[in-house]
Design a protein around this ligand. Structure first.
Ligand SMILES: O=C(O)CCC(=O)C(=O)O
Length: 293
């Protein structure tokens, strides 16, 4: 039995994104949320990004500069599926994976995952960009699955997307020679004028095409906004840039089977610069908390 209707699949390809409620079971959602609560507690004892490191030696957890023990601003956990059974289970086998397989399958592999967290009072925001510019592949059958760990409304920093923009051009994330990780200010202004917010209950997922233009504002509410973001590609999409967040699970087949041929889609792709810091928020000009020396 398919999990998505034909109408939902058509909407994804027309708009470049699709919202689906109840994308994981209540038990899965509860397990993910309980891990987050523990990681937020853990972050109170830290004054700079901390481990256990990802496989390229960078810290797994990143906090915004406003972070304090009393008011944590943990904003990123890199590849939580490497360190948590609950996150691994959802990455490998939640209903979201079936949905992705119905969009770009049958053969689907995992690329990387992360949590973007906006705790109350945190300043974290996401400048407009297209994910494909960070993770270019030989073709663009790539879906970013953004699972809502909290209820998301108009005040707590919702994801905003530009419907149909996945059919448009790839926009540069460079300002001259400098990789800014964000589209130019005039493009951002245009995007803001056309964008729509993605609201939903915890447990909803936004399935987003890798070329869709999107961003998000800071959290102005007293409630947190967490997203568990998993990136999946068609098995015949082969990376043409280093994974910004490498994981031992990169390339793992999550539905169907491995394939022998890479599929090439003709395109001119600007190659990204990879972050050396704990998360791309520093590339966007939002410093991490750093211990005072
Ligand atoms: O956290 C968000 O609101 C957006 C996430 C995002 O754009 C990304 O991680 O590429």
């Amino acid at each position: 039995m398919p999990v998505l209707t034909q109408q939902q699949r058509d909407a994804f390809w027309r708009d470049g994104y699709l919202m689906v409620e109840d994308a994981v079971t209540p038990a899965q959602l509860a397990a993910l949320r309980s891990e987050i609560a523990a990681w937020v507690e853990l972050s109170r004892a830290h004054t700079a990004p901390f481990g256990p490191p990802t496989i390229d030696g960078r810290p797994r957890y990143d906090m915004g500069a406003e972070h304090t023990a009393e008011k944590p601003a943990l904003r990123r956990i890199n590849n939580p599926s490497d360190i948590s059974d609950a996150y691994r289970e959802v990455m490998l086998d939640a209903r979201t994976v079936d949905m992705v397989a119905e969009l770009i399958g049958p053969n689907v592999k995992f690329h990387h995952c992360k949590i973007n967290l906006k705790l109350p009072g945190a300043k974290t925001e996401v400048a407009y960009h297209q994910d494909f510019a960070y993770t270019p592949h030989t073709n663009d059958d790539i879906v970013t699955a953004l699972l809502f760990l909290d209820d998301v409304d108009a005040d707590n920093g919702a994801l905003t997307v530009v419907p149909g923009s996945h059919k448009g051009p790839m926009l540069s994330l460079f300002d001259g020679e400098r990789f800014t990780g964000a589209v130019a200010p005039d493009e951002e202004k245009r995007a803001l004028a056309q964008s729509v917010p993605c609201f939903g209950k915890a447990g909803s997922v936004c399935l987003m095409h890798t070329r869709l233009l999107h961003g998000s504002a800071a959290n102005r509410a007293a409630t947190s906004r967490g997203l568990y973001i998993c990136v999946y590609t068609a098995a015949d999409a082969v990376p043409i840039a280093r994974n910004p967040m490498p994981s031992p699970n990169e390339g793992r087949i999550v539905r169907g089977k491995a394939v022998r041929f890479a599929r090439l889609k003709e395109a001119l792709v600007e190659l990204p610069n990879q972050p050396k810091s704990a998360s791309f928020f520093t590339v966007l000009g939002q410093d991490s908390k750093q211990a005072a020396e």
